[in-house]
Design a protein around this ligand. Sequence first.
Ligand code: GAL
Length: 427
Amino acid sequence: MMVNHTNQIALLLTLLLVAGCGGSSGDQQAASEDQIEVFSWWTSGSEAAALESVFDAYNRQYPDVEVINASIAGGGGSAARPVLQTRLVGNNPPDTWQTHPGTEVMGQYVVPGFAESLDDLYREEGWYDVFPQPLIDLVSQDGEPYLVILNLHRSNTLWYNKPLLERHGITVGEALSHDELFAIAEQLKAAGVTPLCMGDAGIWATGIMFENTLAGVIGTQRYLGLWDGSTSFEDPDVKEAMTTYGRLLDYLNSDHAALSWDQAVTKLIEGSCAFYSMGDWVFGELMQADLQENVDFGWVAHPGTEDIYIMVSDGFTMAKGAPHPEHTRNILRVMGQKEVQEDFNLLKGAICARTDCDRSRFGTYLNWAMDTYENATLVPTVVHGSAAAADFQQALNDALTAFVVNRDVDAFAQTLAREARMSGFGK
Ligand code: GAL
């Protein structure tokens, strides 16, 4: 049986809780009948505002229920997921929690039996007709869905501070190659400007830059092949991607390891660094700061990924044995509503999971994102748990932590190839 690091930690924490060594999650069992607990990691300015818009919509329709916002800070859910696991294993689930489609929702929550089928809700609300079938497939077991999907993020976007580049006579066109990016980076560095922004206090953030570089260098088919074993992590083009990623690391702000992903957005806004390779949750932060698209900032696909949409999507489950099943069904019902998805995604910097949202409500960037979603090849993210199981995700984080320091491409490649084999998909 595959050992799962997250589960190991969760088990340990549970034993500590059972032994009375701390934690407050037991208090949640005393939650009143008129409450519902929603668990997520949405705590940055834009994430919190977007989540709040869902709570507001719910409370307009169900005014008598108090929403308990059980968010745990830490982008990508790095801190939230272990806590959640502890609660699930300890039979103390929140009513509903945030998770990603694909291996994460299936491997962590559906297969172990922590989540409830939402087939009835999908039927009642007509969702089988408004959510894209490939997305429904990613959240379904035996034809029954377990997640209400709120949004779609493109995680391979390269953001830039437009006025800063203009001051240095640099314009970015429709596409940018790695070579062009490196040439610009050299020019900026020579002028005393930090070329790339990063906030990887949570290692997943540099993982995004790695994943983007990987897809950009090896291309769609080879990238997809990593997850079915037809591409090896030790292939020469994968190593070339690792080398390119290593070169990018040389241009980061020196305090990157101390910053969260959204603190690095602040640096981008201030102009103390020029580019940020990061998912379009960045767009939510730029909107929160009241910036104007294509004036204060610009964007382009991460080099080489113009035709690729690395998809990061979020949804909410219903806990098996949810303390408040009726309220849970209702808040999920609200999350699937068209206007709620529009309001949420305008704040979140994402596009609707529903196919019938009103495009005219969305601005230039999000329309661009919708066009690429429709025309590019959709590929899963490993950093956010859709492409490979949690133990591989953890191994990737560990390997990235080592690589950022030692820059040893062969060791990086060997480790990932071994871990992929251990996870049952590598060759
Ligand atoms: C992802 C999530 C996004 C975004 C990001 C940073 O896991 O899917 O919605 O919030 O983390 O926290």
